[in-house]
Design a protein around this ligand. Structure first.
Ligand SMILES: [Zn+2]
Length: 267
């Protein structure tokens, strides 16, 4: 009797933005990582937020396979940062040649916009000088950020990810035009997020990467709960519903996109 074995193509995905080092995961980090791997999510980009947090991030990354790091000074923690942090950031980046610069950016809901801008420019310049990708945080600042990235990128070249993209189709295209990737997360699981869903459905497939921003940004149906990297799979399914390409084609392209920013990431 001829046994027909079904062709099972396992979808392998990457969470290009999750804070697995945060205290929210201290009691069950190994289980969270195992659950993600079970769901086909085997690589994680874990960004930095402040000088105080970098050492622990490094330490935890050494204990887990599949973690890829970024170091940066997040605008949300603007009150914590001091000028000397930039020097330490440069040192850390030189010691970790595979690390990206992030997350960095501008947040209109946070204090000290002028200081945020100075810090952003310094970190963009550092990324350009060291030829590292950047992970950009934005809140009501997408166009200002684009202008800043264009100025520095034009002279020195810059690549990276717009984390938690939530703009219009025009904004998505503008970022894609300069080679940046758009971080697609839980936002698209909410039907009311019309603008973002339309933008993501129309954006070039070559410009998309997946993320959760765990433990933040819960998906629809998980409001009030801690977010986890395993749910990248749910974001992927939501993305497939928005796109015309086949799931296999989307998964393959997402991997290529992520690796074009983080060449050392593998699944
Ligand atoms: Zn983040």
């Amino acid at each position: 009797m001829k046994v027909i074995t079904p062709k099972i193509t396992m979808i392998e995905l990457i969470d290009s933005h999750c804070h697995l080092d945060f205290a929210e995961f201290d009691h069950d980090r190994n289980a969270v990582v195992a659950a993600a791997k079970q769901a086909g999510v085997s690589a994680f980009v874990v960004p930095g937020i402040s000088r105080q947090q970098w050492p622990r991030l490094l330490e935890l990354a050494q204990q887990h396979a599949g973690w890829h790091l970024a170091f940066g000074l997040h605008p949300y923690f603007i009150a914590q940062h001091v000028p000397a942090d930039l020097m330490h950031l440069e040192l850390l980046l030189r010691q970790n040649p595979d690390a990206a610069v992030g997350e960095i950016g501008l947040d209109a809901t946070c204090a000290q916009p002028a200081l945020q801008l100075n810090l952003l420019r310094a970190q963009l310049n550092l990324a350009a000088e060291l030829q590292r990708p950047v992970i950009l945080h934005h809140r009501k600042t997408l166009d200002t950020l684009l202008a800043e990235v264009k100025v520095i990128g034009k002279v020195q070249g810059l690549t990276g990810i717009v984390h938690a993209f939530s703009g219009s189709s025009e904004q998505a295209q503008a970022w894609a035009d300069i080679g940046f990737k758009l971080g697609v997360g839980g936002v698209i699981t909410y039907p009311r997020a019309n603008k973002t869903r339309t933008a993501i459905s129309q954006a070039p497939l070559t410009s998309l990467v997946l993320e959760t921003d765990s433990p933040d940004m819960p998906l629809m149906g998980f409001q009030g709960q801690r977010n986890e990297p395993s749910r990248v799979r749910i974001v992927f399914d939501a993305l497939c519903e928005l796109r015309e390409e086949s799931p296999a084609e989307i998964a393959t392209q997402l991997l290529i996109n992520t690796q074009s920013v983080f060449p050392k990431v593998s699944i």
